[in-house]
Design a protein around this ligand. Structure first.
Ligand SMILES: [Zn+2]
Length: 265
């Protein structure tokens, strides 16, 4: 593919139709220009062409005026870029209407290599265009990552709402068992004093009552300690989920930004 302009090209009209077509094909191949899917590569100089041309000129260190003349630096830079583009892969797209040649329609969606056989837009009046494989892969990957991130976010949010309930319950329990422990401990002290009896049976009774009371206090203490531990772990779990949710939310923002930068839908 070699660009040779017939006329100067500028945004104010009068462009040569075949100049526009070859320019669109070159910029499409270089990943700068993507036509409207249902229109494809045409000889009409549209806004997308001039935007692509300016971007190419800027990237090539040329004045990004969006205009060209036969044999100028932009023509040279385009021919150099096209000849130096590694033979990457692209997907053949037709505009999908009934005027598409049957043999081109058969190529729709086919992954091909640049320079290997017929290229989109090469046959006379062919409006077919190319989609760089890498860009599509990037967008697909970003789309997948975004879906996964939203699924994870949803899962963590559900877990968090359960964790908040568990935390509130644990807090209530911890308070209740702490109160119970204090109350039982106080009762224990009082019962020992009342059981101080000289009668051996009374003493034995007091001892067994004391042992019983003591185990009751110990159980209350254990219960209180256990519920305090449960409260602590419920709090740590809740904080962990909150942190994870904020990480996933940042991840989502990052992917949305990348999608925008890559020009994905
Ligand atoms: Zn075609």
């Amino acid at each position: 593919m070699t660009i040779r302009l017939n006329k100067p090209l500028a945004g104010n009209g009068g462009a040569d139709e075949s100049d526009v077509k070859q320019l669109k094909k070159a910029l499409n191949r270089l990943g700068y220009y993507t036509p409207y899917e249902k229109v494809g590569i045409t000889g009409i100089p549209d806004a997308g062409l001039f935007a692509a041309l300016k971007k190419f000129q800027k990237d090539s260190g040329l004045r990004a005026g969006g205009t060209m003349k036969p044999g100028d630096e932009t023509v040279d830079a385009l021919n150099t870029a096209v000849s130096q583009t590694p033979p990457g892969k692209y997907i053949w797209h037709t505009v999908g209407d009934d005027r598409v040649r049957a043999d081109h329609a058969a190529l729709e969606g086919e992954v091909r290599t640049w320079g290997d056989g017929l290229e989109p837009g090469e046959d006379p009046n062919c409006r077919c265009w190319a989609e760089g494989v890498d860009k599509r892969k990037t967008c697909e990957e970003l789309g997948d990552n975004l879906r996964i991130a939203y699924i994870r976010l949803d899962g963590f949010q559900k877990q968090l709402s359960q964790a908040i309930d568990a935390f509130n319950q644990a807090l209530e329990d911890a308070r209740k068992y702490a109160d119970e422990y204090i109350k039982i401990a106080a009762e224990y002290g009082m019962d020992v004093a009342l059981s101080a009896d000289k009668n051996i049976l009374g003493i034995l009774g007091a001892i067994s009552a004391a042992v019983f009371q003591y185990s009751e206090v110990a159980a209350a203490k254990e219960k209180a300690e256990q519920s305090k531990e449960e409260y602590e772990s419920a709090r740590i779990h809740m904080e962990y989920l909150e942190e994870e949710i904020s990480k996933i939310a940042d991840e989502i923002k990052q992917i949305e930004k990348q999608k925008k930068e890559s020009g994905c839908k």
